[in-house]
Design a protein around this ligand. Structure first.
Ligand code: ADP
Length: 532
């Protein structure tokens, strides 16, 4: 049904009949929800703390345009008239309620409000400007009409106004954001893991809501302050599912709270319920604002992360092309100078080539990062002889250092299934790190061992080591250990992240054991062929 609504919004025609149908629909929703609200122990008969119509009205004006205002004025006028308001009072309330929705819509539209509420700015715009001003408009015109029509005395003006304002505020803070964020159905498939999470969260929201709100108004006054229980599921929903999660959880809580209220009507003497309700609704308002802000901050963070990933991907692609050209010309020059026997130039060219190789490695790592983020890192599946691979990598790297002696301990003669090149990349990363971070040591040891179903490779160095607090974090993207006393080591903090991802994608594990000042041992284990 929601999908149909989304496509209706997109393909809506501006015909006269659809205009009329929209007005009638808004009128029907306004009238029926207003009737429900007025039946719930309204203060001075007309100011109710559960006032859904304004939330619907504002969402409707935002989504369908100002032109639906007649639906509001007719709905508000009729419902109040039928509830016993004198004609001019009902008309005053009708005008006030319509202006309220128009003011809110105007302030939001004028300031570039986004319906997804994905930025803190949108939430603050709603909470600090549009909501207060429009609720003040509605409450002031409505309650003044009651006062001028002699329905209420001046002594009850403030109490009535307070209830009116609170009811409207809740509706604008809970219902409107819910309708706006869900007016577009989420696109894309939901993974099984995420669906399971949604399921558990929904159950939790319902369970907590039932405990908190349906037990809240028990007549025996045995009310424990358990309302705070709503925060964990609410924070979970905002954190993991953004504004849609936050508004849906809040909406579910407010429905349960309203059901609890209706249930309690029987056991509360008239007038008593509205006091409890006022406290409850203020609490709901604070909860709604908190979750809207949290979800917006999380959404902004996600957006920044995404932009950063896009930037890295773009930069690495842009850098790759000129570098390949430079590499080509360097090789050409090398060949020319070799022909001419120009040793001096050859030396410079080989220095250039070393730096170009470093740059290429950096760019390749950055490209890998963006591929991992986009889930596009491809892996071959072939039998890999780990002994041979370790020997080849160690031999290659031994040529690059005169300081370190790299030894291999243990021969396994076992195969695993995976991507030879990627696993080689992991080994190169661990051994070059071992060299880089043990500037005063002379030895690096590569150990091979196995259990009945896994094969483990460890790279041990006797260098600076890693403080305990950092050991879990070094596998995260861009994480580097900084220390004041030590010299700084070049790097971007991405090698271990890529290595960790590669090993995980092979169904393996990677870990580190390290003592600061004594050295580190980085290990990874992989399932043996036939066990994967
Ligand atoms: P990079 O070395 O390019 O900064 P890595 O992801 O390979 O990035 O490593 C992340 C961080 O982990 C390094 O900055 C360093 O602080 C720490 N680290 C990695 N390997 C070692 C090691 N063998 N000894 C000590 N610290 C290490």
């Amino acid at each position: 049904m929601k999908l149909k609504f989304t496509s209706y919004l997109a393909n809506r025609k501006n015909g006269y009949f659809s205009y009329l149908a929209e007005i009638i629909a808004l009128f029907a929703i306004y009238f029926s929800t207003a009737k429900l609200g007025l039946s719930l122990d309204a203060v001075s008969r007309f100011a109710t703390l559960i006032w859904l119509p304004v939330g619907f009205a504002i969402a409707a004006l935002l989504l369908f345009g100002y032109r639906l205002w007649p639906g509001i004025i007719v709905g508000a006028f009729l419902v109040n008239l039928l509830h016993g308001a004198p004609l001019f009072v009902a008309l005053g309330i009708g005008i006030g309620n319509t202006l309220e929705a128009l003011v809110c819509t105007y302030l939001l539209k004028r300031n570039g409000f986004s319906y997804s509420l994905d930025h803190l700015r949108d939430v603050l715009l709603l909470v600090l400007l549009a909501m207060p001003l429009s609720a003040i408009t509605g409450a002031t015109i409505g309650v003044s009409s009651l006062f001028l029509g002699k329905v209420i005395a001046s002594s009850s003006y403030y109490l009535t106004w307070e209830a009116w304002w609170t009811g409207d505020m809740i509706s604008i803070l809970i219902l409107t954001p819910f309708l706006l964020t869900w007016s577009k159905w989420p696109r894309g498939k939901t993974s099984i893991k995420r669906s399971a999470e949604i399921g558990i969260l929904t159950l939790l929201v319902l369970a907590v809501g039932l405990i908190v709100f349906l037990g809240l108004f028990h007549a025996d006054e045995r009310r424990y302050p358990i309302t705070y229980l709503v925060f964990p599921p609410l924070i979970w929903a905002s954190w993991r599912f953004g504004q849609r999660g936050a508004t849906a959880a809040m909406f579910a809580f407010s429905i349960l709270a309203s059901v609890g209220t209706i249930q309690a009507l029987a056991s509360f003497p008239p007038g008593r319920l509205s006091m409890s309700l006022l406290l409850l609704q203020s609490f709901m308002g604070i909860m709604a604002v908190t979750s809207l802000i949290l979800a917006a901050v999380m959404a902004e963070r996600r957006e920044l992360e995404q932009r950063k990933d896009e930037f890295i991907s773009m930069v690495s692609h842009e850098l790759k092309t000129p570098l390949t050209t430079i590499q080509g010309y360097t090789e050409l020059l090398h060949a020319r100078f070799a022909q001419q026997g120009n040793q001096e130039a050859l030396l410079s060219i080989s220095k250039m080539a070393t730096q170009i190789a470093k740059l290429s490695k950096l760019i390749a790592d950055l490209l890998d990062i963006s591929k991992i983020q986009a889930g596009r890192l491809a892996f071959a599946k072939e039998p890999v002889d780990i002994d041979l691979l370790v020997r080849e990598v160690v031999e290659d790297l031994q040529h690059t250092t005169s300081q370190h002696q790299i030894s291999i301990e243990g021969i396994e003669q076992r195969k695993i299934v995976g991507d030879r090149e990627r696993l080689g990349q992991v080994l190169i990363n661990l051994i070059t790190n071992a060299m880089k971070f043990s500037p005063r040591a002379e030895r690096i040891a590569v150990h091979l061992s196995h259990t009945h179903d896994t094969l483990t490779v460890s790279v041990q160095d006797f260098g600076i080591g890693i403080p305990k607090a950092h050991q879990q974090m070094i596998f995260e993207r861009f994480y580097r250990v900084y220390s004041d006393q030590d010299r700084t080591y070049p790097g971007l903090g991405i090698g271990l992240y890529i290595a960790h991802q590669i090993i995980e994608r092979h169904g393996g594990k990677m870990w580190v054991e390290s003592v600061e000042g004594q050295g580190s041992t980085f290990s990874f284990s992989l399932p043996l062929a036939g066990e994967a």
